[in-house]
Design a protein around this ligand. Structure first.
Ligand code: LLP
Length: 432
């Protein structure tokens, strides 16, 4: 009935998430409010891990891409589920370590890591640093020598595979700020350099071809291209790729009309491609790594808002304003991302009108969606925006000095705050 398995309807016709009444949650914790269903997060994490067991003989790791949703509690949950973690900044690394996440199970990404971030990663013995460019490679080699350590690295490659997704989030093609280009020979040159520099141990290659991808073939093509590079590196440089990291990007259902193959099918197809290609190219089977972010947390989250001003502009549109907006969910403003919405207190009421849902920022583009079908709303009702678990909280800002909402995790109908709501004092706390 809904875009996410986390959701249901109770006898009051209220939306439920993880068994908890969304109207009650809004009343208890205030709005705007991010709510996450812990069981669905765990189920998704297990599905990915299980698929590596079933289709790839367990020879691999699933690293949760924490950029999708980063806080201490999600790091703890991922650790409990046996996942590794992908971090992309000193802040994400700090959060993971502060949550007690084992450093050796962390991949550190980024196209412009600072000297301090690299030094911190070395100091904490982060599992893999995913090197993005020549300068970083040299810098890391020097830092590692100074620290008297040898560091395990992977190299980020742009394999030139085009993924069918919004162009802003395509990252595998040559015109991208990420990684070493394959077509130009830069990737092979990078491998040669990595092998020549002291205190670096090149364990494998990484690519990430985009996000919100539905087509499994995008990944199998990327895997084949990456293995082609590995074969070339083996014959020309006598280097054997131990690890193949295929990044994340698996699409989720934002709208009823979206559908994606089970994530199990992804691993089955990719495993078969890797097996066949390795046989053809006479390569040993690499350890596989995937880095799902959105597909673990996206569908598990909703955002609850209180409806305020409703402004009908005759013959044009009706604006329905909520007490959040682009500051807690910039994805419509950035990518025109579409979401399904409903009134949490009348979850199954017929949707008789269409509304443009506006935020409260001082900006005309501060919208959460246009022409959203809803029952005729009343001021004070709770609006639920669905499938907001990924790249909402993590992309939130304090524009207009709006405090960031709390994040509540629900399990077995019981809620707990995992990120407390910011106060005005928090927002002004760095002002001098
Ligand atoms: N690994 C790497 C190296 C990545 O760059 C990303 C996402 C992921 C894994 C996880 O991808 P996922 O499974 O979540 O699709 N802000 C955009 C998404 C940007 C994704 C950037 N990289 C959005 O809101 O749609």
């Amino acid at each position: 009935m809904f875009v996410s398995d986390a959701l249901g309807v109770n006898e009051l016709d209220h939306l439920t998430i993880g068994g908890a009444d969304a109207v009650e949650l809004a009343g208890t914790y205030g709005t705007p409010l991010y709510v996450m269903d812990e069981d669905l997060i765990r189920k998704n994490a297990r599905a990915f891990r299980g698929s590596v067991e079933r289709h790839y003989g367990g020879k691999g790791h699933v690293a949760f891409a924490s950029k999708a949703f980063c806080c201490k509690e999600i790091c703890r949950i991922m650790q409990e589920e046996g996942l590794w973690l992908d971090v992309v900044s000193g802040g994400e690394l700090y959060t993971a370590l502060a949550a007690g996440f084992p450093a050796e199970h962390i991949f550190f990404h980024g196209n412009n890591k600072s000297v301090e971030e690299l030094a911190e990663a070395l100091d904490k013995n982060v599992g893999r640093i995913v090197v993005d460019h020549f300068f970083e490679m040299e810098l890391l080699s020097q830092l590692a020598q100074a620290a008297g350590k040898t560091v395990d690295i992977q190299m980020r490659i742009k394999p030139g595979v085009e993924a069918h997704t919004h162009k802003f989030i395509q990252t595998g093609q040559i015109d991208s700020k990420f990684g070493f280009a394959l077509e130009t020979g830069e990737a092979l040159e990078g491998i040669r350099t990595a092998l020549s520099l002291p205190n670096l141990r090149l364990r494998g290659l990484h690519c990430h071809i985009g996000s919100q991808i539905f087509e499994i073939t995008s990944f199998t093509v990327a895997a084949r291209v990456m293995l082609g590079l590995a074969a070339q590196a083996k014959s020309e440089l006598d280097w054997t790729m131990e690890e193949l990291n295929l990044g994340g990007g698996f699409g989720i259902k934002y709208l009823t009309e979206h559908s994606h193959a089970p994530y199990e099918d992804f691993m089955e197809a990719v495993s078969r491609t890797i097996g066949d290609t390795c046989r053809q190219m006479n390569l040993p089977l690499p350890c596989i790594i995937i880095e799902p972010g959105r597909s673990i947390v996206g569908s598990a989250g909703i955002t609850l808002y209180q409806i305020g001003a409703i402004k009908e502009i005759p013959g044009i549109r009706t604006y329905l304003s909520v007490d959040g907006g682009m500051a807690d969910n910039p994805r419509y403003a950035l990518y025109q991302s579409e979401y399904e919405m409903l009134l949490a207190g009348r979850a199954t009421a017929p949707k008789t009108g269409a509304y443009t849902v506006a935020g409260r920022c001082c900006e005309s583009g501060d919208l959460l969606g246009k022409e959203i079908p809803l029952p005729k709303p009343r001021v004070g009702e709770v609006l639920a925006v669905l499938a907001t678990g990924a790249y909402n909280y993590s992309m939130a800002s304090n524009y207009n000095r709006l405090p960031k909402p709390a994040v509540v995790m629900v399990r077995d109908g019981k809620a707990r705050v995992v990120v407390r709501r910011e106060t005005y004092e928090d927002v002004a706390s760095h002002d001098v």
